[in-house]
Design a binder for this molecule. Sequence first.
Ligand SMILES: Cc1cc2nc3c(=O)[nH]c(=O)nc-3n(C[C@H](O)[C@H](O)[C@H](O)COP(=O)(O)O)c2cc1C
Length: 202
Amino acid sequence: MGKLVIGLLGSPLTAGNTANLLDKALEGAKDAGCRVEKIEVIKLNIQACREIFYCREHEECAIKDDMTGMYEKFRELDSLIVATPVMTMGIPGLLKSFIDRFQVFFMAKYMRKNPMVPEEKRSHRKGLYLGISGMNVPYVFDGAKLTMKAFFEIIDVSYWDDLLINDMDTIQDLTKRPELLEEAYKKGYELGRMLQTEENNS
Ligand SMILES: Cc1cc2nc3c(=O)[nH]c(=O)nc-3n(C[C@H](O)[C@H](O)[C@H](O)COP(=O)(O)O)c2cc1C
């Protein structure tokens, strides 16, 4: 059975440019032999973290919503691809709420020193960040990248690579830049290839 690669879409547009980029990367990972699954945050019914801190003592959140099933999925995944547009120099609010709810993993890892992710998975889990911004300024991904790095660390995924595409307000339609979609495919494929090679060697 292939390794599990999850693609997390932060854009509210499930058929927009960011979604297109994510689909290409997941196609690459699939072609490399991995199992792939896509999560579109816009379709989830989730609340923001309320700092109840039930997760200080428990491997779950006190709020019961669509995040409940996510913790098990994020324990199991072998790699994660997050694709998101920049919004207000950061990431979209719903994606941020999704990420904040991984306080469940934060508490287990840093407070109770008992990570939620099994030890055999921790060494190989890789993260790929696909970013899109409307503006063409050098610092436009800084905020999102910091959040992504923190998220990956909390869930025991090492920041492997990124593909950052700016100036989308000018490009408008990513299908006009097939070389960028091809780059996403190649990164997804390479991620999948590395995972499958590790599996074959273990
Ligand atoms: C609410 C909102 C806020 C945005 N803020 C920024 C921003 O701060 N910087 C930027 O470069 N682009 C910003 N954008 C532009 C998006 O990053 C850009 O339109 C992107 O291509 C959207 O990707 P999508 O169509 O796949 O969702 C913003 C867009 C929206 C809707």
